[in-house]
Design a protein around this ligand. Structure first.
Ligand code: GDP
Length: 361
């Protein structure tokens, strides 16, 4: 059923106040609709002024699965897009225990001290597998969270990495519109999450620990290619010597990789969040990177490429979720799954049947 447009409902009310032709239920609906409109406008207004409570509420809207929240969320994101400030988006990854939250606490506090506004977001798809979050279960970044110019948001939950990533991507826009100029996007590296975070950030930082001289073993394929910096963390106390050796080994390994399209040569640094060493150097490195890539236009080019990629990803996500959430399709899918179990059909015939059915809905 077509929704009465806002204009027509309004003009009817104004031209004929108290008209007996509008039943009380419709009037109630119109009132509620206008109230919602005002609420969204107010939320956008407060968010653009940098109000963190409004930012949190806007992200909750973006993350919501409720159909009536979807339209509101779209409105908020659209309103925020032109206001997204100059920012740098930094992806941070490393295995659990490498010291990500301690590092982000130290790094984020340092940046706030330099007058930056820092937002920390997370992409943790582990909740889709284990229904428990690796990143979110502990109390994290206790100091950073109290700072006025810091905003921390745990990972959205979702049925798929694509869904989680989509929400994070929109949250980035909201944070930037609220004036946050350094975005730290953390991931734990489950499945494809690193590639996903890489595809939404300007600079990708890999945190590593010094091991027993076999640093490169067990490292996921593709990670080194993605990294713009490798930081050997916990380079303090007795770890220092091993950390320096690990640094050399990574430096040597990086030489074996072809040059990056960005023109940037990835660097290896040492840091200790506990002793607060290496932190300013990492920021200097990121500034060097943005200087270089803005100068050679890679920064802008990469963001455009990422936007194109995300356009396609968004369509994919929407199509998938429409298909799988449709009650008729849910029933039909169950039937076809059973038919496969009974050897009554092939996966390809079942897929063709279901897609045709969906087309005809
Ligand atoms: P995450 O799982 O990657 O977020 O790691 P955490 O930040 O929770 O840190 C895991 C453990 O390593 C904690 O016990 C920290 O106290 C410790 N840790 C973190 N950073 C450092 C560091 O720079 N030096 C040392 N020695 N320990 C650290």
């Amino acid at each position: 059923m077509a929704k009465p447009s806002k204009k027509s409902a309004l003009s009817e009310r104004e031209s004929n106040p108290g008209s007996p032709t509008i039943n009380p239920a419709s009037r109630q609906k119109i009132k509620a609709f206008r109230k919602k409109e005002i609420e969204v406008e107010e939320l956008i207004h407060r968010l653009l002024k940098g109000d963190k409570t409004a930012l949190g509420r806007a992200i909750t809207l973006v993350e919501s699965q409720q159909p009536d929240h979807l339209a509101k969320a779209e409105k908020v994101v659209e309103a925020c897009l032109p206001h997204a400030h100059q920012s740098v988006r930094i992806g941070i990854t490393g295995v659990p225990g490498v010291g990500k939250s301690t590092f982000i606490e130290a790094f984020g506090s340092y940046l706030v001290g330099k007058g930056k506004k820092v937002a920390v977001l997370a992409v943790d798809p582990s909740s889709t597998v284990s229904h428990g979050s690796i990143l979110g279960d502990k109390t994290r970044m206790e100091k950073l969270v109290t700072l006025e110019n810091a905003f921390i948001r745990p990972s959205p939950s979702g049925e798929s990495l694509g869904g989680v990533a989509q929400k994070t991507r929109e949250s980035i826009i909201l944070c930037e519109a609220a004036g946050f100029d350094v975005l730290l996007i953390e991931t734990v590296g489950v499945g494809q999450s690193e590639t996903t975070v890489h595809s939404m950030t300007d600079f990708f930082l890999l945190l590593k620990l010094a091991g027993a001289g076999d640093e490169l073993q067990g490292i996921k394929r593709g990670i080194i290619e993605m990294a713009d910096a490798i930081v050997i963390n916990k380079a303090d106390g007795e770890n220092q010597k091993a950390a320096r050796e690990a640094r050399l080994e990574f430096k040597r390994a990086l030489h074996l990789y072809p040059p990056k399209q960005s023109g940037w040569r990835p660097k290896v640094l040492l840091s200790s969040a506990i002793e607060n060493t290496g932190i300013p150097e990492i920021w200097e490195l990121i500034e060097e990177f943005t200087g270089l890539t803005k100068g050679n236009n890679y920064f802008e080019h990469n963001r455009h490429e990422q936007n194109k990629f995300w356009l396609l990803q968004t369509i994919n996500e929407h199509l998938k979720s429409r298909f799988y959430r449709h009650p008729e399709m849910k029933k039909a899918l169950q039937k076809q799954l059973q038919a496969i179990e009974n050897n009554e059909t092939s996966p390809f015939a079942a897929a063709a049947f279901l897609l045709k059915k969906y087309d005809e809905l």
